[in-house]
Unconditional design. Sequence first.
Length: 282
Amino acid sequence: MSENLSAPPPPPPGGHRRWTVTLATVTAGTALAATLAGCGGDGHRTTAKPTKSPSVSTSPAPTPSDTVGALPDAYDFTPDPSRVPRTAAQARTLTRNASLAPADWTPGMVRHDPYETAGTWPVLPDSCVWTRGELPDGVLDSYTRRIDMPAKDGKGRVLGTVTVSVHRDERHADREMKDTVQESFRCPVQDLGGGQKLSGLQSMHLDPKDVKNADATLFEAGTYKGREPGGPWPYVWTKSRIGPVTTAVSVKGAKGYDTTDLIRFAAEAAAKLLYRVELELK
């Protein structure tokens, strides 16, 4: 868990691509059923669209869109070995191409200040206070953009981040996924600095059979307290892996938003990031 230029090449013409995403929510002792799902294909990119779940109430998604196509039985994408980054420079190209700009996530979202963090790695020591350090030996590059939904219509400002990291090999990326979920158990209360704090954190790996647009996905939820009056607000975070590449999305809530709203924001960004990673690796 942590926060972390050119646009990717357009999808090939012909055919269709469907992304269907539902995430797991774990909050204050209540577990809501969930899945992060999507499907591969050779066609047009579409906006992530949540499916209905008996355990998650539904309301209009931030940017609904029509989708077509059928979900596969399992995720079956294999990166082209010639497209997998082997150097830091190649990794930097991938992380920038795969990342999202504000309008890519949801129309109306804006850059946070600061907007970008590159070439560093989040570290959670025993003090449970987040810091940033050098990239580990197994990581070629890590790139984060901070993107917000501005306050409007009586609602507060939602803080979002998207991160893309490239590891030297799939083994290192898988190790990151397995280690990450332990952070919430080790530090259920985490200090982000600057008067920001996460608490009540719980993490879980999603069942591989339910994940259809990545090799692996994990999910975390809890509450967020910022510098501004009010709160705490809901907080959600998800991380996925395709081959040696990991993507992460965090969303910190605000007045007027519930956990389901944040899940939809996170799901939309996560699906788009994963699709862009596939474009870079195919």
